[in-house]
Design a protein around this ligand. Structure first.
Ligand SMILES: Nc1nc2c(ncn2[C@@H]2O[C@H](COP(=O)(O)OP(=O)(O)OP(=O)(O)O)[C@@H](O)[C@H]2O)c(=O)[nH]1
Length: 280
């Protein structure tokens, strides 16, 4: 999330020493910006690119501007990197999206997680080498910080490939599983049944997904309840859309259906709004 703005220092001249350290560190990292690398994985066609676009590459956030166009670097045949610099309230974020297109398309999918695992390991090794090197100040952190894993809404829970992939990767990266294209399931019953099945299987196969941190005990009750609800809704049911549709006189990002529109809340990415779909 965005980093809050720092209040003015009482008097910079007097205010030197130990007490200023957090502020100095804060100011420096804000100036330098942050690196965040997000990987998306899962079977082809589950809406990975669409969701990423819904989440980041839009003008939904009015105070956020894209500093440069995307650049595509091909790492291996399977893995592509999308780098985009985002600025929000003066805080810079270098966001890298690591995409694994065509994942699981081959006839034989055994070990198709291998190039992905290798990629993650390489980034770790590079960071480790840089950290032990002389030029420690200007290291770029290319480690994969999080992997959103897309699960098909059309199956009966996890597929063997999902189990294999997550088990191969769970020690290497924080996995956040999501139920893709949730609009193809009926909100409520179908979504819940599918989620329960997935949770059971994650448990049964010993897959260790990312555990969201404990909520601070001094947070207010409302926040705690929200936090709790969010944790209980894993795997998040998500819906992506690259089209803007007209809903109740407003233009929103959503999917148009004969029976109505599935829309995103103003300024919020589409993780599926209301009706039993999850919001971040
Ligand atoms: N119903 C529905 N369709 C979606 C959703 N997200 C994406 N789609 C559609 O699904 C198709 C595939 O979406 P992509 O985003 O290209 O899928 P992908 O997972 O990136 O596919 P690969 O790049 O081949 O791995 C497109 O026609 C999208 O419009 C969703 O949430 N619901």
């Amino acid at each position: 999330g965005a980093v809050g703005t720092r209040g003015p220092l009482p008097d910079d001249k007097e205010y030197v020493g130990f007490a200023t350290l957090p502020n100095q560190v804060h100011r420096k990292s804000v100036k330098k910006g942050f690196d965040f690398t997000l990987m998306v994985a899962g079977e082809s066609g589950l809406g990975k690119s669409t969701l990423v676009n819904s989440l980041f590459l839009t003008d939904m956030y009015r105070d956020r501007k894209l500093l440069n166009a995307e650049e595509r670097i091909t790492q291996t045949v399977e893995i592509t990197k999308h780098v985009v610099d985002i600025e929000e309230k003066g805080v810079k974020l270098r966001l890298t999206i690591v995409d694994t297109p065509g994942f699981g398309d081959a006839v034989n999918n055994t070990e198709c997680w291998k190039p992905v695992a290798d990629y993650i390991d390489q980034q770790f090794e590079q960071y480790f080498r840089d950290e032990s090197g002389l030029n420690r100040k200007n290291i770029q952190d290319n480690r994969v910080h999080c992997c959103i894993y897309f699960i098909s809404p059309f199956g009966h829970g996890l597929r063997p490939l999902d189990v294999e992939f997550m088990r191969a990767l769970h020690q290497r990266v924080n996995i956040v599983p999501v139920l893709a294209k949730a609009d193809t399931l009926t909100p409520g019953a179908e979504v819940e049944r599918m989620k329960n099945k997935i949770r059971e299987e994650i448990d049964h196969y010993g897959i260790r997904i990312y555990q969201f941190p404990e909520c601070d005990s001094d947070e207010d009750e409302e926040f705690k309840l929200q936090d709790q609800a969010l944790k209980e809704s894993i795997p998040f049911a998500v819906i992506g859309s690259n089209t803007v549709v007209e809903a109740k006189g407003r233009r929103v990002r959503g999917r148009l259906y004969p029976w109505g529109i599935v829309e995103g809340n103003a300024g919020l990415p589409l993780w599926g709004q209301g009706h039993g779909w999850d919001r971040p």
